[in-house]
Design a binder for this molecule. Structure first.
Ligand SMILES: Cc1cc2nc3c(=O)[nH]c(=O)nc-3n(C[C@H](O)[C@H](O)[C@H](O)COP(=O)(O)OP(=O)(O)OC[C@H]3O[C@@H](n4cnc5c(N)ncnc54)[C@H](O)[C@@H]3O)c2cc1C
Length: 459
């Protein structure tokens, strides 16, 4: 910041989007100040270390879905080392009746699995010949049941949507929530034909950096946030800043916020918001209510992650990424991950970590349970679902609550995106980023932050 309290760019929010944006600006020699409400960097990303367990309270793993993800890790090495999951991560389980079954991959597994009905197994064979949809706002559930059949929606799509969005497949609009799937049908007429054709398309060396690899970071994802913050420079990040307000100020922007010892005010040429849409009405008070309502009406699924550590699993085997629970099975869980089965150094030698996910759009009421009610619920499933013997107790339990966990890209998305675009065009130097658009995963957040920085460097 110069002596006139002016800085080229202010970034609101020090989650993965804000940190990636600021990191890329800094690398291009552009001055930046990150202003964050909480007392730490990382936003939803947080790794804790307790009683010999290293665990995540937010996201557990990402996928190297864009070249920008691989490039970010290359640039940050050796301060932060990408860790790819071992082969257990290829095994995904689905609950049916009273046990988990492997999610089939390949033709033989698909035919043999008891997860789908015989009529739907035959139906899948006809998928390439089915007409493509004409409703651009078709939900994921409608699209999948039209092409693949109801049991496929119940035992594959519904748990997949629980695992990613903690959402309802019949509310999420495919072209916003799963654009790659939507485009397969629109461009190739079928998921199967489209996947085969895409696999044959020529790829540049850079394209090949994007893979399906599941990643974490050595020592946990928190080390990614720390490495980014260190590279940005801690002196360029303001923590514990409350009441952040951004208002137009001639050709620039005025940014006001409060620290423990008093009010602060600075000016900037560019402002980038990376906070959830629910935080924008207070942050951008100059935006007319009719416009802001179209952005802030975005619904977020609340989710609770209960992490359970067991120092000795007494020979039980959990050689998988985790298990998902179809909502038709009426269990009080979205699913459970086995992080220490996929990454070394997360649990003591004979022990394991289990991350139970509770709530989501279909079970919001469960996120209102008290800590002791949640503990009792998880202990029941620890014995019933994971089959630990009656006398066995976990050695560590940690409860992490996320009121605004995952944005739901529903029908309102089109109007939201148009309004964001309109405001950005009207107010020069304003960028409204964050997970209200461009995808919900860590890979999407890295891509968006990289692109925002690029657009500001090239302006
Ligand atoms: C429980 C859970 C599990 C997840 N699992 C996965 C997963 O397995 N894989 C995956 O890829 N993704 C997962 N995600 C999603 C992933 O965590 C997010 O995509 C990503 O971390 C979001 O980063 P962000 O910077 O956009 O938002 P955030 O991390 O929410 O960062 C926004 C920041 O803005 C700050 N802020 C808010 N209001 C203000 C204000 N008024 N002034 C200043 N600062 C403010 C917040 O404190 C926060 O630090 C999961 C998310 C949750 C909650």
């Amino acid at each position: 910041m110069n002596e006139n309290n002016f800085i080229e760019t202010v970034v609101a929010g020090a989650g993965l989007t804000g940190l990636t944006t600021a990191y890329n600006l800094k690398r291009s020699g552009k001055p930046v100040l990150v202003i964050e409400k909480s007392g730490r960097t990382g936003g939803q990303i947080q790794t804790l270390n307790r009683d010999g367990f290293v665990f995540e309270t937010g996201p557990n793993t990402g996928t190297v879905s864009h070249p920008e993800v691989a490039e970010l890790f290359s640039a940050l090495s050796p301060a932060c080392e990408l860790e790819t999951a071992d082969e257990n991560a290829n095994n995904r389980w689905i609950w049916k009746g009273n046990r988990f079954y492997p999610l089939p991959s390949g033709l033989f597994g698909g035919i043999a699995t008891p997860l789908f009905s015989w009529p739907d197994k035959f139906r899948i064979l006809g998928e390439p010949f089915r007409a493509k949809g004409t409703n651009p706002d078709e939900s994921v559930g409608e699209l999948a049941s039209r092409r693949l059949g109801k049991t496929f929606v119940d035992y594959a799509v519904d748990p997949f949507i629980s695992g990613i969005y903690a959402g309802d497949p019949y509310s999420l609009v495919t072209r916003y929530a799963l654009p790659k799937l939507y485009n397969l049908e629109q461009n190739y007429g079928s998921f199967i034909k489209g996947s085969i054709a895409k696999a044959k398309e020529p790829k540049t060396e850079r394209d090949r950096l994007a893979t399906k690899k599941v990643f974490s970071v050595k020592g946990g994802l928190g080390n990614l946030a720390s490495a980014l913050a260190d590279a940005i420079g801690r002196e360029n990040i303001v923590l514990s800043a409350s009441s952040l307000k951004i208002t137009p100020d001639g050709e620039n922007w005025k940014i006001d916020y409060r620290l423990a010892d008093g009010e602060r005010s600075i000016r900037a040429k560019n402002v980038v918001t990376t906070v959830g849409s629910h935080a924008l009405p207070e942050m951008l008070p100059f935006v007319e209510k009719t416009d802001m309502d179209k952005i802030s009406c975005l619904r977020y699924a609340p989710v609770i992650q209960v992490v359970v550590g067991v120092k000795d699993i007494l020979g039980l085997r959990f050689n998988a990424f985790g298990g998902l629970i179809p909502s038709c099975e009426k269990k009080p869980l979205l699913g459970v991950l086995f992080p220490s089965a996929c990454f070394a150094g997360r649990a003591p030698e004979n022990g394991m970590l289990f991350s139970f996910f509770i709530g989501g759009m279909k079970a919001i009421h469960l996120t209102e349970l008290s800590d002791s009610e949640l503990t009792a619920l998880v202990l029941r499933e620890f014995h019933d679902m994971l089959k630990f013997s009656a006398g066995k107790e976990p050695d560590m339990i940690h409860i992490a609550r996320h009121k605004y966990a995952i944005p739901q890209y529903e029908k309102s998305t089109g109007e939201r995106l148009e309004t964001v675009e309109k405001l950005q065009n009207r107010y020069s130097g304003l960028v409204i980023g964050g997970n209200l658009k461009n995808g919900i995963s860590m890979g999407d957040r890295i891509l968006q932050g990289t692109n925002i920085a690029k657009s500001l460097v090239n302006q």
